[in-house]
Design a protein around this ligand. Structure first.
Ligand SMILES: C=CC1=C(C)c2cc3[nH]c(cc4nc(cc5[nH]c(cc1n2)c(C)c5CCC(=O)O)C(CCC(=O)O)=C4C)c(C)c3C=C
Ligand code: FE2
Ligand code: FE2
Length: 340
């Protein structure tokens, strides 16, 4: 055996989706997801009571209806596109490495996929969470789960965890290329909508002070480089610059909030404001999602369309996510190749 040729596996991790849109499967998904202390970061008893006593019982039926709108003959788009991404990345990398896919919540689960990888006896595993901007609720949680599982193995291989990659040129170019398929001049305004986060979670990345003590809307510094708000604004500047969208033609916003103490400006309020200003056509990018999912297809594509129309607007156009776009596959290939 040539000892310089390491047997390497790549583990892509996405968020996860219910096994089906049935209320029972949505309830089970929400229960696993929202009991994660990195998602609802409250003391255990408070979180358990809030999630299992209030949020899940009140949310499961409504969420199930939303998932019924989303489901296609290929199942949940998030899982479908994540599998496509895995397969195309495998093709692009050839037999040099083996690519696997796991979901942080539900299936294919991280423990199941890692067990398959353990049996393969890899010299090295590259763990690549598919979230471009760091959040403890996504990248942090996925990495913690991998640690939890692998820490029980007798043989622990070489591990390489990929951090946030919002500034990877091919990630920016991929979104810009997809956006370029639309005639941006035709739109009155462009909204870059990121999944929201509780402000408390954003503040926790700082050892000193709060997010509001830093210029997170304007610059990335050594202090705010893991601030989700700062990286969301920086991602937006990079895509807008690539597409020559002038500063006064776009707004950053945060969607999918569970309560008022989440990052602002809120995307729904931004949609209403734009309608009130007389905008008729809005173009929506959603760069925190690397695959289309409930939050893009249903929340933006259907929910914000209705909201915009109710306030006098006409068209909300969603720019599709990266899904299995060739530039995105090139981006992932580049990230992996640099670590083999
Ligand atoms: C950038 C990615 C994401 C971050 C950050 C994130 C944080 C976060 N999410 C919730 C609560 C919910 N999110 C839900 C769906 C959902 N979230 C993401 C991504 C991020 N979440 C995706 C890709 C999806 C869609 C999955 C799919 O099946 O298509 C849901 C479920 C749907 C609903 O009931 O609304 C919840 C709930 C919290 C609390 C949070 C940070 C603290
Ligand atoms: Fe979410
Ligand atoms: Fe910040």
């Amino acid at each position: 055996m040539n000892t310089t040729n390491k047997k390497t596996g790549v583990l892509l991790i996405n968020l996860g989706t219910p096994d089906s849109p049935k209320v029972s499967d949505v309830r089970s998904y929400l229960t696993q997801f929202l009991n994660d202390p990195r998602v609802i970061d409250l003391p255990t008893i408070k979180r358990t009571l809030l999630v299992n006593g209030i949020i899940v019982p009140f949310r499961a039926k409504g969420s199930s209806k939303e998932y019924q709108k989303l489901w296609t003959e290929n199942g949940s788009p998030l899982l479908y596109y994540s599998v496509q991404t895995k397969e195309k990345l495998q093709e692009a990398l050839g037999d040099e490495v083996t690519v696997e896919l796991a979901m942080r919540y539900k299936n294919p689960s991280i423990p199941d996929v890692l067990e398959k990888m353990r049996k393969e006896n890899y010299d090295k595993i590259i763990v690549l969470p598919l979230f471009p901007q760091y959040a403890s609720a996504t990248n942090g949680s996925a990495i913690e789960e991998v640690f939890r599982v692998i820490s029980k193995w007798w043989v622990i291989p070489e591990l390489d965890f990929v951090g946030q990659f919002w500034d990877h040129p091919l990630y920016i170019e991929a979104f810009a290329e997809i956006g370029n398929k639309f005639n941006i001049e035709e739109y009155d305004h462009v909204i870059f909508s990121y999944h929201g986060l509780p402000t408390r979670q954003v503040d926790k990345v700082y050892d000193n002070g709060l997010c509001e003590d830093h210029d997170c809307e304007l610059e990335i510094t050594e202090e705010n480089k893991f601030c989700y708000k700062a990286t969301s604004y920086a991602t937006t500047r990079a895509i807008a610059e690539n597409l020559n969208i002038p500063e006064d033609k776009y707004t950053v916003a945060f969607q999918s909030r569970l309560d008022k103490e989440w990052l602002e400006p809120f995307a729904d309020k931004t949609v209403i404001e734009q309608a009130k200003k007389g905008a008729k056509k809005l173009l929506f990018f959603s760069p925190a999602f690397t695959a289309d999912c409930l939050e893009t297809i249903v929340e933006i594509g259907e929910g914000y369309q209705e909201l915009f129309e109710e306030h006098g607007g006409e068209k909300v156009q969603l720019v599709p996510s990266l899904n299995d776009h060739p530039k995105w596959i090139e981006c992932l290939k580049d990230i992996v190749k640099k670590r083999i």
